[in-house]
Design a protein around this ligand. Sequence first.
Ligand SMILES: [Zn+2]
Length: 211
Amino acid sequence: MKLIFLGPPGAGKGTLADLAVEKLKIPHISTGDLFRAAVKEGTALGVKVQGILASGGLVPDELTIALVRERLAAPDARSGWILDGFPRTIPQAEALESFAPADQVVNFEVADDVVVARLSTRRVCRACGKIYNIRSMPPKVAGLCDACGGEVYTRDDDQESAIRTRLETYRRQTEPLIAWYGARGRLVTIDGVGEPSLVLERFDAALAGAR
Ligand SMILES: [Zn+2]
């Protein structure tokens, strides 16, 4: 099954995708991860991506499309995938239709204030990438990773000003995709607020209803 997850940054799409891939046995492909890998490799492309992400902006379509297209052609993506963070614009959606149309689009609804509260308290281990939340899931020793002892920090794109910028960008550029996929009969919308297990139940019910 080929699925797209839509919703604002911080809607919990990544967490839900990790739960869903265990059941569906397909890869979770996040453009955030594709971008961070490019940054880590320090390629010319990665340096460009780094500057854009730090300011809360979006990576240009043609660059993103090329990265995604390459990833979807990998052997593990043959029987399906969950795309998270792509498409973000109508031109990206049109490009995807031309090489790998999705079967279903899942739209996670979460209010802006909930997103800001979630993301501004998120922390990440600089060494191993483990995710914490200083309110709901803090590390045992403040600032240090439980798993590896690495530094736990706030990512540039989780600073409140960057979150507000990302939300504005989402509402302007990505929200039109909800109507776009709706008009093509491939959209289901679910409430993204609550425990991941509860959101997973809503997700299962929505997919069963869509089949
Ligand atoms: Zn760590």
